[in-house]
Design a protein around this ligand. Structure first.
Ligand code: SAH
Ligand code: SF4
Length: 382
């Protein structure tokens, strides 16, 4: 609920204005309360009225799995209608140059319509958009867990389930609340929104001005291959995506981060590295190379580390800042969508075999440079 709406509710009830601040503090401080009964600063009559009028939490039942010696916490949240979404909290110890970080990865949709074949969420398909509260309550949940040890969320990335720019109005409202010093209170530069390349969405963000960090999931520099890896490419091809990202960088003065999932024998060849270097040469850009997290139902594996290092070297020689990312939480299925997929149940074996075969055929055709004739995914409107 936006602060002015809360203030209006308090006013309509004839309560003093400072009640709105008391309620706001209770909702946001250290992740906040999950019911009005916990707000001891309020008289019982106000607590009762709040309980009748509002809900204080939308992520009910939550299961947490720990990995990487407790450095990664993967949460599976069940929403009211039974939809399952995931958030991941990653702890990074302080180094010589940086303070300790607690980065939270959150979901913007249940499932995803884009359907990238290496992504467990993509395989689930689209469920529904998340409400603003459902996005924010993932952050409040993590903040409560951290507050127990006097720690707080330092960074938020929209890299969980869903395509944030296909739920853009709600994602923007959530970012506003996350950034608001009177609500979640996290710096705009510490919030990253990741997109698979929704060009009109990127352009809308550019028009809004610098707000947060934009990350673009590229995974291929050539259209034939990107058509297969990011089916959205059939609507917005790679040149349009990079051009929108470039305009965003120019308008905001902020560097663009490109994500590139390294899939062995698919998008990791020397020719791919050269194509990517040519595409981004001279841009204010940074590339993150991410070894593919193994997910079920693909014929693919992560590229070998030596291949990833050679790929990175080609980019760096072209003057493009490049980081090789470490995978987190593999033993608990940390590739987003994996836990939800587990709960949804295993598809029939013949369907899985057909999917694998189709991916083999499509990627082989793409490697020969043939464009895909598959239609644009359903639900990805303009
Ligand atoms: N839909 C948005 C944000 C959520 S996905 C997007 O695609 O950018 C967040 C990131 O996780 C993306 O860069 C995506 O490509 C990556 N990802 C998905 N599945 C993966 C896997 N199996 N291994 C490695 N990265 C993966
Ligand atoms: Fe959707 Fe992102 Fe997964 Fe692609 S990688 S299916 S866009 S969540």
């Amino acid at each position: 609920m936006a602060p002015d709406a809360l203030a209006a509710w308090v006013r309509e009830r004839g309560e003093p204005a400072y009640r709105a601040r008391q309620i706001g503090d209770a909702v946001w401080k250290d992740g906040g309360v999950t019911g009005s009964a916990e707000i001891r600063t309020l008289p019982a009559s106000v607590r009762d009225a709040l309980a009748t009028a509002f809900r204080f939490d939308t992520v009910g039942d939550t299961e947490i799995r720990y990995a990487d010696d407790g450095q990664t916490e993967k949460a599976l949240h069940r929403l009211d209608d039974g939809a399952l979404i995931e958030s991941v909290l990653m702890h990074y110890p302080a180094t010589g140059t940086s303070r300790e970080r607690h980065t939270l990865c959150i979901s913007s949709q249940a499932g995803c319509a884009v359907g990238c074949p290496f992504c467990a969420t993509g395989e689930l398909g689209f469920g529904r958009d998340l409400e603003v509260a459902e996005i924010l309550d993932q952050a409040r949940h993590a903040a409560r867990r951290l507050a127990a040890d006097g720690r707080r969320v330092t960074n938020i990335v929209f890299m969980g389930m869903g395509e944030p720019l296909l739920n853009l109005d709600r994602v923007l409202a959530a970012v506003e609340a996350l950034n608001d010093p009177h609500r979640f209170g996290i710096g705009a530069r510490r919030i990253t929104v990741s997109t698979s390349g929704v060009v009109p969405g990127i352009r809308r963000l550019t028009a809004l001005g610098p707000q947060f960090t934009l990350a673009v999931s590229l995974h291929a520099a050539r259209d034939a291959l990107r058509d297969v890896l990011v089916p959205l490419n059939r609507r917005w091809p790679v040149a349009d995506v990079v051009s929108a990202a470039r305009d965003h960088a120019r308008a905001t003065g902020r560097r663009i981060s490109y994500e590139y999932t390294m899939i062995g024998g698919v998008n990791d060849t020397p020719a791919d590295a050269i194509a990517l270097a040519d595409l981004l040469r001279g841009d204010h850009a940074h590339v993150n190379l991410i070894p593919m997290n193994p997910v079920a139902h693909t014929p693919w594996q992560a590229s070998p580390m030596a291949t990833i290092e050679a790929f990175a070297a080609t980019l760096r020689t072209a003057g493009i800042g490049t980081t090789i990312r470490r995978n987190r939480g593999q033993e608990v299925g940390a590739a987003c969508g994996q836990l939800a997929a587990e709960r949804t149940g295993e598809p029939p074996a013949p369907a899985v075999a057909r999917r694998r075969e189709r991916l083999e055929t499509e990627s082989a055709a793409a490697l020969r440079g043939e464009r895909s004739h598959e239609p644009v995914p359903v639900g990805v409107g303009e």
